[in-house]
Design a protein around this ligand. Sequence first.
Ligand code: ARG
Length: 581
Amino acid sequence: MEANKDEECGGNIKQLLAQMFARSLKGTFPNEAYVQPLIAICNENFGDYQWKTMPEFKNPRSVGEAIMKNLPKSDMIESCSVAGPGFVNVVLSKTWLAKSIQKMLVEGIQTWAPKLSIKRAVVDFSSPNIAKELHVGHLRSTVIGDTIARILEFSGVEVLRRNHVGDWGTQFGMLMEFLFEQWPQWEDDKEIPIKDLQARLLQTIQKRFDNDSSFKERAQKAVVSLQSGEPKYLKAWAQICEISRREFQKVYNRLKVHIEEKGESFYNPYISRVLEGLRNEGLIEESEGAQVIQIEGETIPLIVVKKDGGFNYASTDLTALWYCLNEEKAEWIIYVTDVGQREHFEMVFHAAKRAGWLPSDDNAYPKVTHVGFGLVLGVDHRRLRTRCNEVVRLADLLDEAKKLSKQALVDRGKAAEWTEEELEETAEAVGYGAVKYFDLKDNRFTDYTFSFKLVLNDKGNTAVYLLYAHARICSIIRKSGKDMEELKKVGEIVLGNTHERALGLHLLQFSEIVEEACCNLLPNVLCKYLYDLSDYFTNLYNNCKVNGSAEETSRLLLCEATAVADIEFDYVTELDNLDAY
Ligand code: ARG
């Protein structure tokens, strides 16, 4: 068969092989319409990848032989063999792998980005409630959501990074009255710390509301005044939101997370109109005084207007979804919250399907996905708490991470080598990077145990370990004294031995891994890639001399490619500027 034109160097190996096997299938069985060929990584004793035969083939072994024979000629494949049950094993060509890496070095890692079929997505993440502090529970949503946004952006999708903060609702009545009472100067006072506001709130406000009837009455009236747009109340509400916003932003800055606020209040003016539309479609019914949408398979309906006529979390989310689809024309809307909110989102999604906003096929676009995650546990296997049994503030957790990683640097003598500023910067990057990586490295559904000993361990599967490996690569390159920009163009990569080949193959798997992480919204897939990359690199480094060897040019280029792939994952660990670490 004539050569396949598509299989230029680089790209997604699985996809390239699938195209070749599709052509072979078509050539072998011209009259049959077969499903997309299934290509998987195979046991390294047999090859690199494998085409899995399909159950409809009666004589799989001879089918395998025929499929193998009819594969288009390609520079990509070195050899093929047929395994027992008719599978076709493929060994990729070392030259093709080497050329592909070289091409990426010259043209940029962007050429390895997966191509997704959508243009715009909304990622709803972090989304704390006003007048409360970011705590360790928000860590997961913030870090997982940011990573998902980053990989989608890397893949060419425009991402609206949404902070759906809880900034509306009856609780603001209490908050405003409390503000007036505790800080009579509230209008000028920009210095009311959220910590104060929250601490006093927690202790007193609910009690006041329950026991002090005049406070309760004032708070209820305050809600009405706010909702009818009375300036004093709007101003107090804005003031409370601003205090929280400032505090949230400090944490986002530390985590290098970019997010844009469109809180619950934003959707308030749209809710009536959206519900009106649903009412006209006959979707909303009356039930025990409330207005509800029945959801197939659920015993409880989705309440969209409460008995008292007020709107709720669900009516806001339904309206926000309508807004994303109609006003923002988003094709994929992703919600990152703990698994506890799964049911809420499932019900909202069902209602949207009933309304015809979303296709009934879950895989078709526009699509909605709830990205759930498990809990952060303490060493006692219960929800992580402080010694005083309080929720752990995210700011405190980050302070501690920084402090401990700074201490580790000092212990390694860095205080004498570096300026205080360098020490601080590195301690932050390592400490915060380690917290992030630890949160991302396991399947997000599982609960994980947080302990600084594990998070900052420089030998385990941690960002600290990965940073060491990265720093080593940078130092090898630096020591060579070579101009890498020049070397990329004139040097040649040769994957001579097994260590070089293993690293080369892993590098080429970048594209399919990012695609898998994107499509399944699983950041841990990236972490595993990064960790394995580090391992393959360490193997090469431990077994083969780089600087001053006959293979120096090729190996330096491999180092460079590894560092580039690493850096592209800086959404996981913030590796930048840590060459000297
Ligand atoms: N504010 C909510 C909470 O703290 C999370 C909001 C998630 N996003 C949404 N669109 N409901 O639990």
